[in-house]
Design a protein around this ligand. Structure first.
Ligand code: GCU
Length: 598
């Protein structure tokens, strides 16, 4: 249709339509801590349509305009209540067969009622995770867009919400060379609102965030508290209490925050003794109509440090006895549950482990909370994975924001000891500059943890060599000798040739095996080959003093579109347990014995 036909729709000519939706970004700067707050769930059945050409955003369906500018009727192409219904939270790929490989824009919509409860109350939408680019619309207005498939975000809808509301959410799951992760990964690209979504009420001025931790000075007797308020001009008082430690600190905010160091002798958190303390924070402005705000959190106090080649937890040397785990479930996709999390921790403990690498992106927030309760140390990671567009400033901003959202979400979790800023990235100047900045950002947001990444081996010189190591506290190394490189003898030579000067974590090693496939130690994809490979790997690790931990790749077989031979059938089979999350392979016992002897 040409413009002269008088029957045109401007949107079909606007190739730059997406710029409008990128003008209002929901990111870490607006993220607030919801721990201990009352939330009202919006989970459940939503109406849904697979909008392959992104027409909802091109044609502004959310405005529900059923006539054109001259008032002539315009037939709608949307049909909110006529659409099918889909579960939220869920990975849409697992909800309906025709959506299994869908990677376009999914349009979700529902209604909800809202009745204010307090004078000056603010209402926020909170998403725990939606993949990948999420645009939110309420009552015909564009609220904002979030980029990132694994981190939380919120939107203040106080000015838009009514008694009866129509929410429309567009989730664009397309992969792209300029996103984090980029379009080629060794895992399945699930889409949708796959984690919880809820409403949160706060006073007009409220407690936005807090960071309460042990000062890592080796005395285990000073707690540093940062509390951030929603307004820099906030007056009033902040009260921090840790009743079991006899801590009661009243502080006056300055520029919207308070910071205090105070003496305390907490029972230290550790895998053997995961002690958590009830921490309470209150904010009030005497004689004002702003109602008081109060939050609570369960926080463990511990110190993680390195010295030379060694890692120390609470002053005691520790070997990280771990394994990698993806957020991938045969039936639920990327959606997880507390039971699934607890099962993976149970399997880790059956392996005599104390540590998990949550690869390759931030997992569900409940993982770090349950790990705190169960005494599990964690490596958490942003998906700066493989060939990222390091020279693209938008990509860098995306990565820095996802790292910020992860750290703000989990920096009060004792079990989290390592922030990982990337995995197996080629050593270019752009990558070095980009990731050195990420390391600096992690330390700016958190002065109490270690920073790492899966670094590079110089395969010509056969040694661990990566410029990025200078910016890290711990060097991660992925190596697949005995699998991708059949010349296993290179591994001991690399370890002997290297003098990293920092702790090294073997953060990936392993090989594939189809559960139940048996043969000789040389037969590909048999449990026997995987077991023999693991035996050679752990025998080599035992001889290397600067290896401070290992996380074989991986606990469970996981869905992966790159893995298509007769043994894989769409799954990466390097798991020590089958995709059924129950059937152990022979190599599981090799790790159980290795860790059991340490
Ligand atoms: C890589 C990568 C993993 C991948 C694994 C494999 O090192 O980090 O994401 O799944 O190797 O090849 O199985």
């Amino acid at each position: 249709m040409s413009e002269t036909s008088g029957n045109y729709q401007a949107d079909i000519h606007d190739t730059g339509y997406e710029q409008f939706y990128m003008a209002k970004i929901l990111d870490g700067s607006g993220l607030f801590n919801i721990s201990g707050r009352h939330t009202e769930s919006l989970n459940g059945k939503w109406n849904f349509a697979a909008d392959l050409y992104d027409t909802c955003r091109r044609a502004s369906w959310y405005k529900e305009e059923i006539s054109d500018p001259s008032g002539r009727p315009r037939p709608p192409d949307w049909d909110w209540e006529g659409w099918d219904r889909i579960t939220v939270p869920a990975s849409w790929n697992m909800e309906r067969r025709e959506l299994f490989y869908f990677e376009g824009s999914g349009v979700y919509t529902r209604t909800f009622r809202y009745v204010p409860r307090a004078q000056g109350e603010r209402l926020h939408l909170r998403f725990e995770g939606a993949s990948y680019r999420t645009s939110v619309f309420l009552n015909g207005e564009f609220i904002g867009t979030h980029d990132g498939g694994s981190t939380p975000f919120n939107a203040d809808i106080t000015g838009t919400v009514k008694a009866e509301n129509r929410i429309v959410v567009v989730v664009d799951a397309r992969r792209s060379p300029c996103r984090i992760p980029m379009e080629n990964t060794d895992w399945f690209n699930y889409g949708g609102i796959y984690r919880d979504i809820f409403l949160v009420r706060t006073p007009g001025v409220f407690i936005k965030d807090w960071f309460i931790r042990l000062v890592p000075d080796g005395t285990f007797s000073t707690i540093k508290a940062d509390v951030f308020l929603s307004e820099k001009t906030a007056g009033g008082k902040v009260l921090l209490e840790i009743p079991a430690l006899g801590v009661r600190e009243e502080m006056t905010p300055l520029n919207g925050r308070v910071q205090a160091d105070f003496s305390a002798k907490p029972e230290l958190w550790s895998p053997e003794s995961p002690k958590l303390y009830d921490v309470r924070i209150a904010y009030n402005v005497p004689a004002s109509e702003n109602p008081a705000d109060a939050v609570r959190d369960l926080i463990g106090f511990r110190e993680i440090k390195t010295k030379g080649h060694e890692i120390f937890l609470n002053g005691t040397k520790i070997f990280l006895k771990g394994i990698c785990v993806h957020e991938d479930h045969e039936r639920l996709g990327k959606t997880t549950t507390p039971d699934i999390i607890r099962t993976s921790i149970r399997h880790l403990k059956e392996m005599n482990g104390n540590y998990l690498r949550l690869a390759h992106y931030p997992h569900d927030a409940r993982f770090a909370r349950i790990a705190d309760e169960e005494g599990v140390l964690l490596w958490e990671e942003v998906p700066v994975y493989w060939a990222v567009a390091f020279e693209n400033p938008d990509t860098c901003r995306d990565a820095e924001n996802q790292l910020t959202e992860l750290i703000l979400r989990d920096r009060n979790r004792a079990g989290v000891i390592i922030w990982s800023i990337g995995n197996e990235n080629a050593d270019t100047d752009a990558r070095y500059s980009f990731m050195s900045k990420l390391a600096a950002k992690a330390r700016e947001l958190d002065d109490s943890r270690l920073v790492s990444a899966a670094c590079l081996i110089n395969h010509e010189k056969l040694m661990i060599e990566d410029r990025l190591a200078a910016s890290l506290d711990v060097i991660g190394i992925n190596e697949y000798y005995g699998w991708y490189d059949p010349d296993f003898d290179k591994l001991p030579r690399i370890l002997a040739n290297s003098n990293p000067g920092k702790p090294v974590l073997i953060c990936e090693f392993g090989g594939g095996a189809r559960a139940g496939q048996r043969g000789t130690a040389d037969d590909l994809f048999t449990e026997d080959k995987q077991k023999a490979l693991y035996e050679k790997q752990v025998a080599t690790f035992k001889k290397c003093a600067y290896i401070a931990g290992t996380t074989p790749w991986i606990l469970y077989d996981f869905r992966c579109p790159r893995r298509l031979n007769r043994y894989q059938e769409g799954f990466n089979r390097k798991g020590l347990i089958d995709q059924d999350r129950n059937t152990k392979k022979l190599a599981f016992e090799v790790m159980r014995q290795f860790y059991g002897e340490l």
